[in-house]
Design a protein around this ligand. Sequence first.
Ligand code: NAD
Length: 263
Amino acid sequence: MIMKGKKGVILGVANNKSIAYGIAKACAAQGAEIAFTYLNDSLKKRVVPIAEEFGSADCVYPCDVSKPEEIKALKESIEKDMGKIDFIVHSIAFAPKEGLSGRFYDISKEAFDIAMDISVYSLIEVVRELKPLLSENSSVLTLTYYGGAKYIPNYNLMGVAKAALEMTTKYLAEDLGKDGIRVNAISAGPIKTLAAAGIGDFRFMLKWNEAHSPLKKNVSIDEVGNSGMYLLSDLSSAVTGEIHYVDSGFNIMGMPAVEFNED
Ligand code: NAD
């Protein structure tokens, strides 16, 4: 039981297709005690049964990260119900629809600000507010995508947000290393989730990844969950500031491997 005695909070479960659900499943299977958050009342209905499934019925809290008062209240609730914690999972992103297809240069300042606030700044704010509860040797994990490192069609505004999130991971890792807190990101391959449904032509991304990755398959939330569990556990005690790809190796490809007819 690699996570026995570890307690943590997972932000970003929307349903049992969420990457955060895969991470919760892997951590719970290794003995972790987990608190969950939900964005709003309609998602509460889905998240509460999931918390029950993992024995966390008493540790489910509202947290819309665009509302600083809800992040502060989350800290108070966790402190009261759980005391110190050992890990935080930030599996949250949002961009208005206009930012996920069409011409990138058309993006409004309003959409840009919303995407950066919810998908990037929230990591900093959540970590800062919950820091007093983090034990020494704790671990923070966020989720990114290859579209933050290279151009991916339609990923547009979210690509820019993920680039900022990846650098935020590295700056936080340096800053919090002296406090014994590690900060890492998983760059997951495309997975059909609620958030992914908002990205233009997502099915093509799935097909392309499957066809051109070394492992010739897409990744599952269980596979991301297992890698997430490793990064949250003491198995990765010397790993911080890392962008760890869980994408069937897609990111190593400079060019699709096709066979040319020499004639
Ligand atoms: P998901 O829809 O299951 O999860 C996204 C979560 O973000 C939801 O739980 C939603 O409630 C939450 N959220 C949105 N706005 C919020 C707010 N204001 N306050 C609090 N929570 C808010 O989809 P997912 O694919 O599991 O996404 C999780 C993370 O993984 C995201 O950061 C996403 O960008 C990243 N990611 C996804 C993929 C993919 O292909 N699905 C690939 C790589 C990275």
